[in-house]
Design a protein around this ligand. Structure first.
Ligand code: SF4
Length: 221
């Protein structure tokens, strides 16, 4: 792996050395994974994202994450795609805007499973790549993470701000270097619907799945 700058070792909370990283996708987790690797942190990727719709998009995002994990020998846990449960929990919130209550439910659901797995498999710390995206509300994500970790004695949600110190820029840099698939909507059926509505209103063509990659001529972030 090429590290183009000096990184400072990350300070893990509680003096722990082992982390379960909830990953939402390869582009968001590339910088997080690289920062943890350089710090010598023993971490495992936990892929649990039942929100992603349709299945084709889910497979695309998951396989990109697996490709990166395999390249660097990072353990990868492929959790269930229980989308029926996700749709059940989203009932009544179909028309909520992004960063609203449906998203709180979505983060809660993903972190609850992450925390359970951490508790059952001896991980003292959990964290997530979700907060690195500038489209997300970091406080909303952190609140959900802390709430999930509080279900188990001693489990810590690591509220690290992955955007700081150039993290946001490196996220794009790594995505281009690795030519990750570039998704064009948050993930759920409702975000796909709303993104396509905005594109229609702006006179743009609807989203096409599986065609845009970082580093391509039209795949620049
Ligand atoms: S917009 Fe994104 S965070 Fe919100 S519910 Fe949909 S997939 Fe989850």
């Amino acid at each position: 792996m090429t590290i183009a700058f000096e990184r400072q070792p990350l300070p893990l909370p509680g003096g722990h050395e082992k982390v379960l990283l909830h990953s939402c996708c390869a582009p968001c987790s590339g910088e997080v994974m690289e920062a943890m690797q350089v710090s010598g942190i023993d971490f495992t990727i936990f892929f649990y994202n039942p929100n992603i719709h349709p299945l084709k998009e889910y497979e695309l995002r998951k396989n990109e994450n697996i490709r990166f994990a395999e390249q660097f020998g990072i353990p990868f846990v492929d959790a269930d795609y229980d989308r029926d449960n996700w749709f059940e929990r989203a009932k009544g919130m179909e028309n909520e805007p992004e960063r609203g209550v449906r998203c709180t439910m979505c983060f809660d659901m993903r972190f609850e499973r992450t925390a359970l797995y951490a508790h059952e498999h001896g991980f003292p710390v959990i964290t997530s790549s979700l907060g690195i995206s500038r489209w997300k509300n970091m406080q909303q994500i952190n609140d959900c993470g802390v709430r999930a970790a509080a279900r188990y004695p001693g489990l810590i949600y690591w509220e690290y701000n992955w955007r700081k110190g150039g993290g946001s820029a490196r996220m794009i840099e790594i995505s281009k270097r690795e030519q990750f698939y570039q998704q064009e909507y948050c993930g759920c059926a409702y975000s796909l619907r709303d993104s396509n509505r905005q594109r229609r209103e702006a006179g743009r063509a609807p989203i096409r799945l599986g065609v845009k990659y970082y580093g391509d001529e039209d795949g620049q972030a």
